[in-house]
Design a binder for this molecule. Structure first.
Ligand SMILES: *Cc1c(COP(=O)(O)O)cnc(C)c1O
Length: 442
């Protein structure tokens, strides 16, 4: 949607809302629809080609408004998470379908998803251990629980362990910044021998530092064999898996108990929208369910209703699946794939520009939209370059450390980015580098 259409549609939307408010007294308080009404009204998969805006808006009146906030809000979310799961070719076990044991939920952030998975895993292992040995107290178990992630994992994993009150151990990554079987296995053996209880592993697909990928095909079977909950954090990279040429990066997801990525990062859905799937939704509802009288509702006994409050930390929730529905239909799967491909192509363009200048080096394999690079030379030199880039205020780069190296990260993010922007940014970086190197000589 271009800016002039956005302006027009935005104004129409204000009228739509004002009309609704004016006519609100004429509407029923309770909807007439039965639970499950929505799925048959919506196609089972996202459209490949874009739908028109008129079609989408008329579906709001036909499909959403008769279901009011409830059950429409819950049911559209379940169906949208199935749409998105199918776009990623997630294994059937993660989809809700009509009768599946899995399903998706929209969380606010990847941090929340990791925390929810960790807390559910903690409850699950605690109950299993107490079932085997009823004399074990929760406190005795808690102090022995250990979670694991690679040393490249996002800080939110450490935070989840901190909030969840369990130890977290960082597994040393290999030369490609990936978590491998041998390093994980070694730490697990050592911890078990010391009387600790490994229970939870976070594998990262697309690390924040350099977009590296943990080896799921190695790590997955170890987790399954050891009865460890495997959570996958693909916050950034997950969006790319809708393209067949990048789907192989998700191979091994079948070993996971939970999987999460942020459509708000790279799939054009506005913040916030973090998509989380579990294979067994009873793992979540079993851990978080409480039912005070003021939250009971009339359909409770049917058991057919998804009640997302048991899948998350907050009680109340917003109608976030609407924006997924709009974005998926406005772009179509092909439009979303084109968006991802363009960014990856531009990242490779930037990479080749860097490689043409012998003063610079590439620091990690460019797989998606992130390029890690630096001036050949000391960390101090690169810190000075970043300082100059920051002071010039034309582009924004966030650095990282890869092992002992200070590295600059060029991330392609914008919806409207073009090759010309990338070329301009590179010329700018080159000029600042030349200035810096000249000043260093003097
Ligand atoms: C961005 C990112 C996060 C944090 O995401 P939030 O949704 O802000 O919590 C976690 N993990 C990875 C790999 C990320 O790229």
């Amino acid at each position: 949607m271009n800016v002039s259409e956005f302006r027009k549609r935005g104004k129409e939307m204000v009228d739509y809302m004002a009309n609704y408010l004016e006519g609100i007294e004429g509407r029923q308080v309770y909807p007439d629809v039965e639970p499950g009404y929505l799925r048959p009204l919506i196609p089972p998969t996202a459209p490949q080609e874009p739908d028109t805006y008129e079609d989408i808006i008329s579906d709001i009146e036909k499909i959403i408004m008769p279901g009011a906030a409830s059950p429409a809000c819950t049911e559209l979310e379940t169906v949208m998470m199935d749409w998105l799961g199918k776009m990623l070719e997630l294994p059937e076990a993660f989809l809700a379908g009509k009768s599946g044991e899995g399903g998706g939920v929209i969380q606010g952030s990847a941090s929340e998803a990791t925390l929810v998975a960790l807390l559910a895993a903690r409850t699950k292992v605690t109950r299993q251990l107490q079932a085997d040995s009823p004399e074990l107290t929760q406190a005795a178990i808690m102090e022995k629980l250990v979670a694991y992630s690679s040393d490249q994992a996002h800080s939110s994993v450490e935070r989840a362990a901190l909030i969840g009150g369990v130890k977290l151990k960082a597994i040393p990554s290999d030369g490609n910044f990936a978590m491998r079987a041998s390093a994980l296995q070694e730490t697990l053996e050592r911890d078990k021998a010391a009387g600790l209880i490994p229970f939870f592993v976070v594998a990262t697909l697309g690390t924040t530092t350099c977009c590296s990928f943990d080896n799921l095909l190695e790590v997955g079977p170890i987790c399954n064999k050891g009865n460890l909950w495997l959570h996958i954090d693909a916050a950034y990279a997950g969006s790319a898996f809708i393209c067949p040429e990048f789907r192989h990066l998700l191979n091994g997801v079948e070993f996971a108990d939970s999987f999460n990525f942020n459509p708000h990062k790279w799939l054009l859905v506005n913040f916030d929208c973090s998509a989380m799937w579990v294979k067994k939704r009873t793992d979540l509802t079993g851990a978080f369910k409480l039912d005070p009288l003021y939250l009971k509702h009339s359909h409770e006994s049917s058991g057919l209703i998804t009640d997302y409050r048991h899948w998350q930390l907050p009680l109340g929730r917003r109608f976030r699946s609407l924006k997924m529905w709009f974005v998926f239909r406005i772009y179509g799967v092909k439009g979303l794939q084109a968006h991802i491909r363009k960014h990856v192509r531009l990242a490779h363009e930037f990479e080749s520009l860097v490689l043409q200048d012998p003063r610079f080096e590439i620091c990690a394999e460019v797989i998606l939209g992130l390029v890690c690079f630096r001036l050949k030379g000391s960390n101090k030199l690169n810190e000075a370059l970043l300082q100059r880039i920051g002071s010039a205020k034309k582009i924004h780069l966030v650095p990282c450390h890869l092992r002992d190296k200070f590295v600059l990260r060029f991330a392609i993010c914008s919806r409207t980015v073009e090759l010309a922007h990338v070329q301009l940014a590179w010329e700018h970086i080159r000029e600042l580098a030349s200035d810096l190197l000249r000043a260093e000589k003097e």
